[in-house]
Ligand binder design. Structure first.
Ligand SMILES: *Cc1c(COP(=O)(O)O)cnc(C)c1O
Length: 371
């Protein structure tokens, strides 16, 4: 059996006509940049997600950068984020001229360890970027109240947490704004790069829109210098075609996670993902911690099962951040876990048979080791 890590083709074929028609319309109307399809996606995503403003942009990295720039973050400032994430979460901090400051991860939930946040706040701290990594909500209530107390902005990187919830509130609605990526493999994925910012703040929304479009809200009326970070019409139309299915796809991910937990139960050498109380995990990734991780991964590969690691090197341990002068001892959990974490195949169309096969193969790997 062959089990890919994600299967974007399966999803395309399940809604092929909608997608093909959407692409055709954009081309027929030459609505390539801005215009009707982009507006339509922004409105529909806003209404489905339950937020006042959706500001589309080119990708889920620009959305973080735009937010920080608009909030006035720059040289001399510090922005706190989490030690295990995709580099966009910290790279964009540096892009503004500010300094990234990392907090180690929670040993059970893998997102920012909220108990260590306060000790990282200095008079220069302007914002905290939390990441709901893997689709798992971080300790958003505790972090929200620390940010409120200290008067610093809370930004949520929701690139992996479309429709995740904490106490029935969706990811991205706890701080000043949320940042989304619609990279093809994300829970809501375009067929190229795409992203957006969500916020209920009118002024912030207008400023983001302006910055993303050369500093102009009206053509040729540049109030500031901005950047070119636009969602194109094709991606917008593709995303709109997917919106009617996203809730169902999220439920299927949750269902698949349940099947994994059922079939993987009782294997002592692995730790299954825990879900934070009162939270809804949207399972962008299904991540286990495994003994002999690399050997297990090789074994699964030989069985046609494709796994990956998110992420093989915690951010502060990357060569890119050597200049910050951290040592591995500063982030003991993230550093230890980078050798243990393993992302198993996860997508809505993943079949129960595939999950059984994966679980059986993992079982087989460890049984063989015992003999
Ligand atoms: C994917 C991702 C991003 C960046 O999104 P792009 O659209 O690829 O720029 C940012 N943060 C996290 C946590 C991500 O997973």
């Amino acid at each position: 059996m062959q089990v890919p890590f994600v299967d974007l083709k399966a999803q395309y074929h399940s809604i092929k006509k909608n997608i093909d028609d959407a692409i055709q319309s954009v081309i027929e109307e030459s609505a390539f940049i801005g215009g009707k399809y982009v507006k339509e996606f922004e409105q529909q995503f806003a209404s489905l997600y339950g937020v006042k403003h959706v500001i589309s942009c080119a990708n889920g990295t620009d959305s973080l950068y735009i937010l920080m720039k608009v909030l006035g973050i720059g040289t001399g400032d510090e922005v706190i984020t989490v030690a295990n994430s995709w580099i966009s979460s910290s790279e964009t901090i540096s892009q503004t001229g500010a300094r990234p400051v990392f907090v180690d991860i929670h040993p059970e939930y893998y997102s920012m360890d909220e108990t260590q946040l306060e000790s990282k706040i200095t008079p220069n701290t302007k914002a905290v970027i939390v990441v709901h990594l893997q689709g798992q909500m971080c300790a958003i209530d505790a972090i929200q109240s620390i940010c409120q107390q200290k008067g610093i902005y809370l930004i949520e990187d929701c690139a992996q947490s479309h429709f995740s919830e904490y106490k029935n509130n969706r990811a991205g609605l706890f701080g000043i704004a949320g940042s989304f990526s619609f990279y093809p493999g994300k829970n809501l994925g375009a067929y190229g790069d795409a992203g957006c910012i969500i916020t209920n703040d009118d002024q912030l929304a207008e400023k983001c829109r302006m910055l993303a479009n050369h500093g102009a809200l009206k053509k040729h009326h540049h109030l500031i210098e901005g950047i070119n970070s636009r969602l194109d019409g094709l991606q917008a139309a593709i995303l709109t075609s997917k919106l009617p299915y996203i809730i169902e796809w999220t439920e299927k991910r949750i269902c698949n996670a349940g099947l994994y937990s059922k079939y993987l139960a009782g294997i002592d050498q692995i730790v299954l993902p825990a879900v934070r109380p009162n939270a809804k995990h949207s399972y962008h990734l299904y991540v286990i911690r495994a003994q002999q991780r690399d050997a297990l991964m090789e074994f699964l590969k030989s069985r046609g099962i494709e796994c990956t690691i998110h992420y093989p090197t915690a951010l502060p341990n990357l060569p890119a951040y050597k200049y910050l002068g951290y040592t591995k001892a500063d982030f003991p959990v993230a550093t230890a876990y980078q050798e243990q974490i393993l992302s198993l195949p996860m997508y809505p169309e993943l079949s129960e048979d595939s999950i059984k096969y994966i679980a059986g193969s993992i079982n087989e790997f460890y049984s063989a080791k015992k003999k």
